[in-house]
Structure formats: structure tokens, C-alpha cells
Design a protein around this ligand. Structure first.
Ligand code: NDP
Length: 471
């Protein structure tokens, strides 16, 4: 593989500055946060930066790389990184990513304008997904019954689409047709292209929704008359375009893009020689979560988003922009910050990931199986029910939303590889924590209205909402 990733910098020499990285900043989404959060460079860091940017001779690469790393560590809040670590990683190669502090407003504004190549990457990706979704084999899963007694069917071929895209991408890289870092290199251009695309799509959804005369639950227009509200929340429940269920399609696109951005970031770290344990753990945890999502894609067909939310800017932006570009913040951050995890920290991190995964997947699966066949055994026993409708066994007997607890633990495990020197990599667990607390409240209100005294009985039997003995 290394053969085609040319030009490959030698581990002990600094990488040649490319015109692209010199003139145009491949600035990741994370940089927006960094600009406001980073503190000014210290004198030492500035001195180290000057040393790092001085013309180097053969044999000076190692020292220059260490100096450069020191400058970056200091600039990126890793002020307490031990000197021994710096010496130990002195042979690593620095990626010549420009610091946001070095960008003026003009450069930042320029990078916000999507380039044609970013548009091509975006449309190739969406075009591939639409084609693969239509032609590849997959289980046809019936969705929830809608108010008019109709139900949609979803072809769950996300996993095979993902695997084929991975194979095609690997082939493209091997043949030298594309760079493995193409996504990471065009981070902010892709972000702005996707954002503009989301806005355009949601205007089209809004106007086509208004013109819809369908009476079916899926396509019936829900118009409040308030433009912002209708555009934001959407007008139709399950709009289609050329036979593609757009809501299901956008979730798939967002989840897969999360993985591909991460893989591109990993390629960048690998080429820079900085793919250490923390990078590998972060990448592995996220990859597991995303691939697992596609293995269990049919469970998505009964989630709140698919059965209850209309398709407006909130969902389209959430799927296409928010998931791929903010859930990867840790990966962008690790590109410029070296974290040396101790064995104990790595073990605790793995433990939290495993527990989170078991609870998250176990709880969601138990509910899914229960809804399909209410008598199926749970943890080897006949399930206990309230009013014949609500499960009180397994995870659903420990807390009323154990699946949220598992998801929060997983999110935490994605950030722990970044250490504790900065709050930036903790964006995802913080966001998820707030989202799920709010969601649990909304779901509680919905269930209370739907199940009435059965729900009251369930709450007595299972008093904990998400965190047993805490909340
Ligand atoms: P749930 O899968 O928890 O579904 C809630 C519904 O399940 C309730 O409305 C009720 O619906 C049913 N239910 C509740 N309690 C019981 C019970 N004891 N027995 C049987 N049925 C019950 O909600 P979500 O769709 O919100 O979440 C699905 C997953 O997606 C979660 O794991 C969550 O963490 C994850 N998620 C992740 C996000 C992210 O950004 N990473 C965002 C949102 C969710 P009914 O009327 O059918 O009985």
C-alpha cells in the first residue's frame, strides 16, 4: 500500500510542503471551535515554531520535527505533555497543517467556498449510495404501521453498500486514482458544500411538500403556515425522490460519511507517523459502532426519527452535516495533538466501550425482539410484562432507557483516547448527553399519553429513567 501513497515522507525527515497545504488550508471543522478556544501562543511555542519553520538540512529532520511537534502541542493546549514523551516521539513526522491562528479572515472565508472537487466528491458519494441502495441485495424490512394503516418497506442493504464502497475506495487508493487523505484534506470545503446542499434540498422539500396533494400518512403535507417552522421541521413524513426514501437515505449517508472521514483522518495520521494507541483506539471504537449500526440497520426502521419526525432542515442537516463533521471532532483533534495513553487508561477506556456497547446493543435488541415476538426469552427467562405491552425484563427492568445509558458510555469511550487536556474532544458525549436527557423527557410524555395507567405502573416498577440509582 505504501508504494502508491507517494510522495511518502521518510520518518526522519520533514514532509515536503505541498502547494495546497501552503496556500490553501485544508482546515477541518474542528478548527472553527479551535479558533475561539485556543489561547495565545507562548513565547516558547513561538520560538519552537520559528525553529520548526527554519530551512532544514539533511539530518536536522528529527530535531525540526520535535520542535515542530512541541510548537503544536503547546498551541493545542497540551502544555503538560512530559518532555520524555516529546523525546520519545521525536522521530514522528509532522503534517504541515496550518494552525487556525495562522489563518487570516480572508483565507478562512476562502476555504468556506466549496471547490468544484468538493462538489464532485459529495455528488459521487451520494450518487454511489443511491445506485447501490437501489441495485444491491438486502432484506426488505416492513416499517412501522402509519396512522392510515399503510407501512413503508426499507431495503436494508447498508452493510453491503458500505463494504462495496470500502473495497472500491481501497482499489482507488491502491491504483493511485485517489489519495487516502482526500476527505481529510478537503474538510472544510466538504463541510460547506454539504451544508449548502442541505439548505437547497430542504427548500426543495419544503416547496414540493407544499404542492403535495397526497392523502397518505407519508406524503400528506403538514403545514403550520409558519415558514421557518415548516422548513425546519419539514412538511412530509417520508418524501421520496426517484424511488429513494430520502429520510432513510440521508441517515445512511451521514453514518457512512462518519466512517469515511475517520478513515481519511487515520490515513493522515498514519502518513505522519502519529497513529499511536490513542488514534487506533478512537478509530476502532467508532468503526465498530458504525459497522455495527449497518449490521443492525433494520432496527433503525422503528426508531423515533424514521416513524415520527418529518423531513426538514433539522433532520437533513443533522444527518448530512452534524453527524459526519462534528462526531469526528476527536479525530481532527488527534491529528494535531499527541496523546500518550498509559496502559491503565487504555484498559479503562476499553472497559467503558465494552460495557457501553453491551448495554446499548443489548437494550435496543431486546426491545426489537420483544416487539416482533413478545414471548421470546430474555436472558434465558420468559419476559415479565406490564399490561401485556411493556417489557420489564432485561435492561428494560433496570432503567426505562438503558439504551441511552449505553449510548452515552459509548460516546464517552470515543473521546477518552484524547485524554483530558482539552474539552474540545468531549463535544460529542456532551451533546449526546443533553440530547438524550431531552429526548427521554419527550418519549416519557409520549408513552405516558399512549399507555396511561400501564405506564404509571411501569414507572413504579422501574423508577430509574437512564442511570440506575442516580437518575
Ligand atoms: P427508543 O428505542 O428507546 O424507543 C422508545 C420507544 O420504545 C417508546 O416510545 C415506546 O414506543 C417503546 N418503549 C419504551 N419503553 C418500553 C418498554 N419497557 N417495553 C417496550 N417498549 C417500550 O428510542 P429512540 O428511537 O429515541 O432511540 C433508539 C436508539 O438510538 C437509542 O439507543 C439511542 O441512544 C440512539 N440515538 C442516538 C442518537 C445519536 O445522535 N447518536 C440520537 C438519537 C437516538 P412504542 O410506542 O413503540 O411502545
Amino acid at each position: 500500500m505504501q508504494r502508491i501513497w507517494i510522495p511518502l515522507p521518510h520518518p526522519s525527515t520533514p514532509p515536503p510542503p505541498s502547494p495546497k497545504t501552503q496556500n490553501r488550508a485544508p482546515l477541518p471543522a474542528l478548527s472553527i471551535f479551535c479558533i475561539s478556544l485556543r489561547r495565545p501562543l507562548s513565547f516558547a511555542a513561538t520560538a519552537a515554531r520559528i525553529a520548526a519553520s527554519a530551512p532544514s538540512k539533511a539530518g536536522e529532520g528529527r530535531r525540526r520535527s520535535a520542535a515542530s511537534r512541541w510548537a503544536n502541542l503547546t498551541a493545542d493546549d497540551n502544555l503538560i505533555a512530559p518532555l520524555t514523551n516529546l523525546l520519545a516521539i521525536g522521530s514522528a513526522v509532522e503534517i504541515p497543517l496550518p494552525s487556525p491562528l495562522e489563518m487570516d479572515a480572508t483565507a478562512l472565508a476562502a476555504s468556506l467556498v466549496p471547490s468544484w472537487s468538493a462538489v464532485v466528491v459529495l455528488f459521487s458519494y451520494l450518487g454511489y449510495l443511491a445506485t447501490a441502495g437501489a441495485v444491491l441485495p438486502g432484506k426488505l424490512v416492513p416499517g412501522a404501521v402509519l396512522p392510515d394503516s399503510s407501512r413503508l418497506h426499507y431495503r436494508c442493504n447498508g452493510l453491503v453498500s458500505l463494504l462495496l464502497l470500502l473495497v472500491l475506495s481501497a482499489l482507488g487508493v491502491y491504483m493511485g486514482w485517489m489519495s487516502p487523505t482526500v476527505i481529510a484534506d478537503r474538510g472544510i470545503e466538504l463541510l460547506s458544500a454539504t451544508f449548502i446542499f442541505s439548505v437547497i434540498v430542504t427548500f426543495l422539500l419544503y416547496y414540493s411538500g407544499l404542492r403535495s396533494h397526497h392523502k397518505s400518512s407519508s406524503l400528506k403535507p403538514h403545514v403550520s403556515g409558519n415558514f421557518i417552522q415548516d422548513w425546519w421541521l419539514g412538511v412530509q413524513l417520508n418524501p421520496h425522490f426517484m424511488g429513494v426514501d430520502l429520510k432513510f437515505f440521508f441517515v445512511r449517508a451521514g453514518m457512512m460519511a462518519w466512517l469515511f472521514i475517520n478513515l481519511s483522518l487515520f490515513a493522515k495520521s498514519y502518513l505522519a507517523g502519529s497513529a499511536n494507541l490513542s488514534v487506533i483506539l478512537y478509530q476502532f471504537f467508532c468503526a465498530w459502532y458504525i459497522v455495527d449500526y449497518f449490521v443492525h440497520e433494520e432496527l433503525m426502521t422503528s426508531t423515533w426519527d424514521i416513524i415520527a419526525e418529518r423531513l426538514g432542515f433539522m433532520l437533513v442537516f443533522g444527518d448530512l452535516v452534524f453527524i459526519p463533521f462534528t462526531f469526528t471532532i476527536q479525530g481532527w483533534w488527534l491529528l494535531r495533538n499527541n496523546v500518550e495513553l498509559s496502559l491503565l487508561a487504555a484498559t479503562v477506556n476499553c472497559f467503558i466501550f465494552v460495557i457501553g456497547y453491551l448495554v446499548f446493543r443489548g437494550a435496543n435488541k431486546q426491545k426489537h425482539v420483544f416487539k416482533k415476538s413478545p414471548k421470546a426469552l430474555i436472558w434465558g427467562k420468559t419476559p415479565k410484562l406490564v399490561g401485556g405491552k411493556l417489557l420489564v425484563s432485561g435492561y428494560w427492568g433496570i432503567a426505562r432507557h438503558c439504551n441511552y445509558l449505553g449510548d452515552i458510555l459509548l460516546a464517552l469511550s470515543f473521546s477518552l483516547p484524547c485524554g483530558t487536556s482539552s474539552v474540545i474532544p468531549y463535544f460529542y458525549p456532551t451533546y449526546l448527553f443533553i440530547l438524550l436527557i431531552w429526548r427521554e423527557r419527550r418519549d416519557e410524555a409520549r408513552c405516558s399519553e399512549k399507555y396511561k395507567e400501564i405506564w404509571v405502573e411501569y414507572c413504579k416498577l422501574v423508577p430509574w429513567r437512564i442511570f440506575p440509582y442516580v437518575y
